[in-house]
Design a protein around this ligand. Structure first.
Ligand code: NA7
Length: 538
């Protein structure tokens, strides 16, 4: 089948990209989706307690103010089922379904240079040809199940949170082992503990977490959102991470200790990612960060009654928010339950899985169910799962062997007319994602429109622009504490053999947007087209 643009994925990114190309540019566009429903992340991540850490009123599309006004979120943070309902509503409201092929996984895509078309293969056997290929596959979608010896011998059931069975998992009366204490493990532990006979949490790295303070939204707040759509969007666009609040313009180190403590206490009560915005220097100054880290560790020791457990949980050796900062509902409180135990893997690592359970260096833990909340092959995994071949037989695997290389996180050299949404080199995973997604999709759409107006049919980034962007990404990271964490998925360090390179752009969403806007306004310097257009900037 021949189309103008083929979109891989029908989550937040793919659906919006489809809408923009089809309805605004009048292109024949088609989205291919592996799942049997739309929703991407929110289709797959159905584990107990799955909820977004962004606040509901900001975790949605803003391209249509009517859509913002008509959708009613029920809680401060949207749960998985509610987000999936929302995305299905979007699919219906904008009549996207006829142009989405479900249960169709893209397996390979090859650029045919003479024809200037992407030839795409799927697991259904259908083949497609498209001028533009847009990978909207998600930055956190390729599940990472650690290669623990003996796992196939386990006599119970095991699950990864990102590939959760749709029929759910009944933990009643079961001995459950949970591996992983990132955002996901911290969300699901309290919920699993409520129904399991016993929950054993296997912690490799202690983590900070801030109480989410989730609560139902009242009509007054919903009314406020309906009346302030534009203001909310402006704040999200001005903020570092695309959230509907700004970082306070004060320094933690310059604030007297009593006053600082009072600010932290208020932020702790307010809860969620807003805590991180209490001071402007937490992510750039180790001394400032230490004040936040110390505050949170003291709260953990207050909440967790058993001093031995409190010590293991608060023995955190990375700066606060230098790894993705989780927010929780009663996570640390869960360790006060009689049916929950904590295993410190730093003291005794997992050696193997045996039929009865998990064996660490010093004990055997009998289990019926193992839950892997072990994260994702982040930022590059989902792209590299597809056999993508660009110009001159260059594969994406080869091109990214030493780490992802692209320009603005949006285009890879050697792969003309391929665009990546929420790719490495973009700030997306550090952001409230819908804000990043709308920006990426709008930029790609504008670029394609610009080409069509000028009769250009092919675009790819120049090598020098790519080198410059990689240096920009590295410099932005080096200005923060983020690269200081050796085991972070921002660095690819959670997947054995993956190149260690800091992948997201850490200079902030607002700055990134300004850079991208500037590139577009200047007539796309750094991008090579097949028509001479540099003379006519916008
Ligand atoms: P994360 O943030 O990558 O967390 C994964 C957790 O699993 C983390 O605690 C890891 O410990 C742990 N892990 C990974 N492999 C192992 C092995 N082999 N043994 C023990 N423990 C292990 O993934 P999440 O799903 O929580 O969050 C990902 C993003 O999804 C999140 O930021 C949200 O944006 C949504 P480690 O710290 O590496 O020692």
């Amino acid at each position: 089948m021949q189309v103008d643009a083929l979109i891989v994925g029908a989550g937040f990114s793919g659906m919006y990209q489809l809408l923009r190309l089809r309805d605004h540019l009048g292109m024949k566009a088609l989205a291919l989706e592996a799942a049997d429903g739309v929703g991407g992340t929110w289709y797959w991540n159905r584990y107990p307690g799955a909820r977004c850490d962004s606040e509901s009123h900001s975790y949605q599309y803003f391209f249509d103010e009517d859509l913002v006004r008509e959708w009613q979120w029920s809680e401060r943070y949207p749960g998985q089922a509610e987000i999936l309902r929302y995305l299905n509503h979007v699919a219906d409201r904008y009549a996207l379904r006829p142009d989405i092929r479900l249960k169709t996984r893209v397996t390979a895509a090859r650029y045919d240079e003479p024809a200037n078309r992407w030839l795409v293969e799927t697991d259904t056997g259908e083949r497609y040809s498209a001028q533009f290929l847009i990978a909207a596959v998600g930055g956190l979608s390729a599940a990472n199940v650690p290669d623990i010896p003996g796992l196939p011998s386990f006599s119970g059931r095991w699950y990864h949170t990102g590939e959760w069975p749709h029929e759910g998992v009944d933990f009643t009366g079961k001995r459950v082992g949970l591996i992983g204490t990132g955002s996901t493990g911290i969300q699901c532990a309290p919920v699993i503990a409520q129904s399991a006979a016993h929950l054993t949490v296997f912690q490799r790295t202690a983590n900070y977490s801030i109480p989410a303070r989730n609560a139902p939204l009242d009509d007054a707040f919903r009314q406020y959102v309906r009346e302030h759509v534009d203001e909310i969007r402006k704040v999200m666009h001005a903020s570092t991470n695309g959230h509907p609040f700004l970082f306070a313009d004060r320094s933690a180190t310059a604030t007297p200790p009593d006053e600082r403590d009072a600010i932290y206490r208020a932020a702790w009560e307010k809860g969620g990612l807003r805590f991180r915005a209490a001071f402007k220097d937490l992510l750039v100054d180790q001394a400032a960060n230490d004040t936040a880290a110390g505050f949170i560790k003291a709260r953990i020791r207050e909440v967790v009654k058993d001093p031995a457990r409190a010590a293991i949980l608060s023995d955190i050796d990375h700066p606060f928010a230098a790894k993705r900062p989780p927010i929780d509902t009663e996570y640390f409180e869960t360790f006060n339950r009689d049916n929950v135990s904590l295993v410190d893997l730093r003291a005794a690592p997992i050696v193997e899985v045996v039929p009865e359970g998990i064996r660490t260096a010093d004990a055997l833990y009998p289990l019926d169910i193992i839950v892997f909340a072990t994260g994702f092959d982040a930022m590059t995994g989902a792209f590299l799962k597809i056999a993508i071949e660009g110009r001159d037989g260059l594969t994406l695997q080869q091109a990214w062997r030493a780490g992802p290389r692209n320009c603005l996180g949006l285009q890879v050299p050697g792969f003309p007319n391929l665009f990546t949404i929420t790719g490495p080199g973009s700030p997306s995973v550090l952001c409230n994602l819908p804000v990043a997604i709308e920006q990426h999709v709008d930029w790609v759409t504008d670029c394609i429109a610009w080409m069509r107006e000028r009769g250009a049919t092919r675009v790819e980034p120049a090598e020098e622009a790519v080198e410059q962007w990689l240096a920009t990404v590295q410099a932005a990271a080096d200005a923060t504490l983020l690269p200081s964490v050796p085991h972070s998925w921002y660095l690819g360090a959670n997947v054995p053999g993956k190149p260690r390179i800091f992948m997201p752009y850490a200079g902030g969403m607002a700055r990134y947007r300004a850079i991208c806007d500037d590139v577009a306004a200047q007539g796309y310097p750094g991008f090579v087209f097949d028509a001479p257009m540099r003379a006519t900037p916008r």
